[in-house]
Design a protein around this ligand. Structure first.
Ligand code: GPP
Ligand code: MG
Length: 304
């Protein structure tokens, strides 16, 4: 069975990635997730993501799910990977599915606890206006509260939405960014207006090359929880930190994470995250890619 072999293969790769950080994988939490989506694993985009410093105690995994496989939250419920709680997060993915053209779904989990998020991605190069998403009933009110602020910083086209069920948080992945808004003064001003910490010089320099910017919104407050600026590259040295243990952590991960497209360079996505209290970095290493990631890396590396 191809599916079962893929579960084994992806699970082993995940253990290898987690091993680079000394993070244990809870087999009984992770295997059911891989098994639930086993039919799509062979051709999926698969990402293993770490975070730096004291956050390097966890590894996230993301798996794309084609739209013809059906809404992955429905699959997760049917498989007993999660349960509805009566909160609006339960309905958001279905409302996006009903109201918008979708190009792809994805799911996300943690190696310690299993399933945690779904994603709805709009068709490639067809990001949707944020204004249209505001009509979706289960969108957090904070999306409405912050829409004008985001638009003032060029954030008005959404390529993807993520729904984090345990945290009850929604990420809006803005794309087709105007580089004028990625300049240090603009990023600094956006962070200040969102009530987030002032980014470091290094962080601001890094942010100039972002291909996606995504705020994290909650249901219980209008304040943005955090903001992430993401850079896609094949360069293993881009984490914007000078802290010695972190430099080693990121470089070990970026140079050794398993990947299934031998002969090419790893696709890496670095994230600068700003919260009200701190700035930290993340790194996703793509275990499997498609031509879409290849194109993105090429386009963004050409900008340097
Ligand atoms: C990053 O969000 C998003 C991904 C790694 C998904 C891309 C994967 C695909 C298979 C399309 P994040 O993990 O930085 O957000 P958060 O930390 O808020 O969960
Ligand atoms: Mg993640």
């Amino acid at each position: 069975m191809a599916g079962a072999n893929d579960v084994e293969r992806v699970y082993s790769a995940m253990e290898e990635a987690a091993g680079l950080l000394g993070v244990p994988v809870a087999r009984e939490k992770v295997r059911p997730v891989l098994t639930a989506y086993q039919d799509v694993l062979a051709d999926a985009v698969v990402v293993f993501s770490m975070a730096g410093g004291r956050r390097a105690t966890e590894l996230d995994f993301s798996i794309s799910v084609p739209t013809d496989h059906g809404d992955p939250f429905t699959t997760a419920l049917r498989r007993g990977l999660t349960e509805k709680t009566g909160h609006p997060v339960d309905n958001l993915l279905a409302e996006l599915r009903e109201g918008f053209p979708l190009g792809m779904y994805a799911i996300d989990g943690m190696v310690s606890t299993g399933f945690k998020k779904t994603y709805a991605s709009f068709p490639t190069n067809e990001p949707q206006p944020l204004a249209d998403l505001l009509d979706v009933p289960s969108m957090p009110a904070s999306a409405r509260a912050n829409a004008k602020l985001f638009a003032n910083y060029g954030l008005d086209k959404v390529q993807m939405v993520s729904v984090d069920y345990p945290k009850r948080q929604v990420n809006l992945y803005f794309s087709e960014l105007d580089t004028d808004y990625l300049q240090p003064a603009q990023v600094k001003a956006l962070a200040a207006e969102m009530g987030l910490i002032e980014p470091s010089e290094l962080g601001l320099e890094f942010a100039k090359g972002s291909f996606a910017v995504y705020p994290t919104l909650s249901y219980d407050s209008d304040a943005g929880d955090r903001l992430c600026l993401a850079v896609i590259s094949s360069d293993p040295t881009l984490a914007p930190t000078t802290s010695e243990p972190e430099v080693t952590q990121f470089s070990t991960y970026a140079n050794n994470a398993p990947y299934a497209y031998a002969g090419e360079n790893r696709t890496l996505v670095y994230g600068l995250t700003l919260t009200p209290q701190e700035e930290y970095y993340k790194l996703g290493s793509y275990y499997q890619i498609t031509d879409y990631q290849r194109k993105l890396v090429k386009a963004f590396e050409a900008l340097d």
